[in-house]
Design a protein around this ligand. Structure first.
Ligand SMILES: [Ca+2]
Length: 334
């Protein structure tokens, strides 16, 4: 909605905060629809249970990727450096528990891979490794993701009897060609908004379980390909260890809505996304980092567990030594 507003109604707002933007919407819905035929319904042959996904698979993702940022804390700072290899979980001869069958490994490989057409052309970037705890609620729940099911059933196909198990790549191609209501929302330039001094601040969780953070990286890169000074009016912060819009193991509270404990975050441009856009638009104070807070038990009345200064994309959160719970032990580097 934020990016669409900037594109289509560029004079409505002076500043926009867009969290986990659902840009390239037709292809996003295709990716969401793809998981159900891939996993099959609950109880089908080779179906991977939520317990296995949240336990065995998540643990192995962390084993392979948590340490890449220098600190084993359950947070994958730079998910784009994590290429999960599920073959390590393949059952050995005689083994049948705490491992995956050959067919399950192939399935997991498909789930974590970029979603492409047969010729390799990208449809939508791969999901964020580390999202398993909540991915099992919708994308990998063994039932249709309601938003994408409704989208294909009622909007793209207009067939109320459409069966989500029959989803395939031809349908995402059709949806993208049809582009109902011009909903794609994947601009390369925003000349009117830029010209009048508008500002966009976007943030996206690194362990997002509904829209991959990689898509917002792709979107920012897509716009930056035509504008070397994109940071002048569009700034994107990767929030490490955050699920979809809120929650997760990271320092994820940045004053956003959606049930997040905004009450615990002061209305300060360094810590609160809304205050940040106001200060940028009204005072020209440019956001350089965004301090996220992890409250004890995610409850702001219990005090702060730790904080981390999230980096302006494409800078990377880099551990420089010391207590990893102190934000001063990290630095944003290109
Ligand atoms: Ca880590």
């Amino acid at each position: 909605m934020g990016i669409k507003a900037v594109k289509t109604f560029p004079t409505d707002y002076d500043g926009i905060v867009a969290g986990a933007p659902a840009v390239d919407f037709n292809n996003l819905q295709g990716q969401r629809a793809m998981f159900y035929p891939t996993t099959g319904p609950i109880g089908s042959p080779d179906f991977i249970t939520a317990e296995t996904c949240k336990g065995l698979i998540h643990d192995e993702v962390l084993r392979q990727c948590d340490h890449l940022d220098g600190v084993e804390d359950g947070i994958i700072e730079i998910p784009s450096k994590c290429f999960f290899n599920p073959w390590t979980l393949l059952c050995r001869q005689g083994e049948s528990t705490d491992c995956l069958t050959f067919a399950q490994v192939k399935q997991v490989q498909e789930i974590y891979a970029p979603y492409t057409y047969a010729d390799g052309q990208l449809i939508f970037p791969r999901i964020n490794p580390g999202n398993e705890e909540q991915a099992v609620l919708k994308l990998l729940a063994g039932k249709p993701f309601s938003y994408s099911e409704d989208w294909f059933r009622y909007v793209v196909l207009r067939d109320r009897d459409w069966d989500a198990t029959t989803y395939n790549r031809d349908l995402v191609r059709r949806a993208d060609e049809l582009n109902p209501f011009n909903i794609r929302t994947y601009p390369k330039t925003l000349p009117v908004f830029k010209e009048r001094g508008g500002k966009i601040l976007s943030y996206h969780g690194g362990q997002d379980n509904q829209i991959t953070q990689f898509n917002t990286e792709r979107f920012w890169d897509h716009m930056a390909s035509t504008d070397r000074n994109l940071h002048d009016y569009f700034r994107f912060f990767r929030i490490s260890g955050m699920f979809h819009c809120s929650s997760g193991p990271g320092a994820w509270a940045v004053g956003q809505g959606g049930g997040a404990p905004a009450a615990g975050i002061p209305f300060d441009p360094q810590q609160n996304v809304l205050a940040a856009i106001v200060a940028w638009v009204e005072e020209g104070r440019v956001p350089d980092t965004l301090t996220g807070t992890k409250f004890v038990d995610d409850n702001h009345t219990r005090g702060i567990d730790f904080q981390r200064d999230h980096c302006l994309y494409p800078r990377e959160q880099t551990y420089i030594g010391g207590d990893h719970r102190q934000s001063s032990s990290w630095k944003c580097e290109l």
